[in-house]
Design a protein around this ligand. Sequence first.
Ligand code: PEP
Length: 247
Amino acid sequence: MRTPIIAGNWKMNKNIKESLELVNGIKENNLAKDVEKVICVPFTDLKDVKAAIKDTDIKLGAQNMHFEESGAYTGEISPLMLKEIGVDYVIIGHSERRQYFNETDETVNKKMKTAIKHSIKPILCVGETLEQRESNKEKEIVKTQIEGAFKDIKVEDVENVVVAYEPIWAIGTGKTASSNDAEDMISFIRETLNSLYGDVSENIRIQYGGSVKPANVKELMAKKEIDGALVGGASLKAGDFTKLVNF
Ligand code: PEP
């Protein structure tokens, strides 16, 4: 039985004051206990948000990290720095990082290994562009991303990884993949994981992401293979995030 997981990705939104207003708004609401809740906040908010959620079951996530522990990497954040704050999850390979910051399957793989080494759970993002889908290459692309990300990662470590299938054309655009298309790709991702890790793949949670909102979350979560959602825009309002968690 896979525990559903709803994760908010705040992206580059909310200063410290605003982040605390949002967290306090979320905390005032009744959130489903049997759903894992994660908020992935900007680096500058992590410490204050960690303190604000300390008496709750809300988990804290970062949106990126470097694969080295320390060194001459100006502007980067180390896994040890995240660990010190008590970060539970880290988003790895978000399409915006692949697109704007040259993240590759190779750096994604290095980050996966570092996160696992430091017991920070990766939320690994994969997904195709519109052009790739229109030329029927979406499965080939996603398979390459999955195989690249999991390269040399041991079977005993994979149950802590969450995969987020995020078709790039659905992120922040208001266009959602149909629940059937999302389910089809997520089943394919599980088959790919099965070919790498066998039955353990049944325990890996796979989220859908791309314009998930209160109005469509129920239909998506009703699908057998969809274990959760990674949500950008709709995670920025306490009421909407609560509705997503309580799908
Ligand atoms: C995301 O940030 O990963 C995302 C899916 O964004 P949105 O929900 O806004 O499409």
